[in-house]
Design a binder for this molecule. Structure first.
Ligand SMILES: [Zn+2]
Length: 168
């Protein structure tokens, strides 16, 4: 008689605590995702790292605030609301700050060309200097290709002319 009642109670407890936890963690995950791309545009792996650190710290704060506020109140169903809201607010704020801070510190890159370390607000594999010289050398490459084509054409033209000369 007692056992089924207890099982039923556990389901209620799970639902009652599950809702605040789901609500809080959804908002904390969202806040971390926003924070993880707040300053610089990062590559996916770095963004996920910043985001997961944000989620972890956010959930820790959530749990701490929730327990602190809830234990200071008398345990009725309604008293779940203030700790949930407070814990979500502080949790999400911490999550955002943590992931935003990481975001700002994860924008270091190593230049593929010269190996220099540099910071950039978007994903990049070349430092400013190398990117600039690459820009300058691109038109130069085009110029060389054009010159080669002209030379090739001139040679063919001369050959053709010589051929014509020899027949007449
Ligand atoms: Zn470089």
């Amino acid at each position: 008689m007692l056992a089924p009642n207890l099982d039923f109670l556990w389901v209620i407890v799970a639902v009652v605590y599950g809702v605040p936890i789901l609500f809080g963690s959804t908002i904390i995950i969202w806040a971390s995702s926003v924070g993880a791309q707040s300053v610089a545009r990062l590559a996916l792996d770095r963004r996920l790292l910043a985001m997961s650190v944000g989620v972890l710290t956010g959930l820790l704060v959530f749990a701490g605030v929730f327990v602190a506020v809830f234990s200071s109140m008398h345990g009725t169903l309604l008293s779940l609301l203030p700790p949930t809201l407070l814990a979500t607010m502080f949790g999400a704020l911490t999550a955002f700050k943590a992931s935003a801070k990481l975001n700002a510190n994860l924008n270091h890159y190593k230049c593929k060309n010269c190996g220099a370390r540099f910071r950039r607000q978007f994903v990049s594999d070349r430092c400013d200097r190398c990117a600039e010289s690459a820009d300058r050398s691109a038109p130069r490459r085009d110029r060389i290709a054009t010159q080669q084509a002209i030379r090739h054409f001139a040679e063919r033209y001369r050959e053709l002319q010589n051929g014509d000369d020899s027949t007449t």
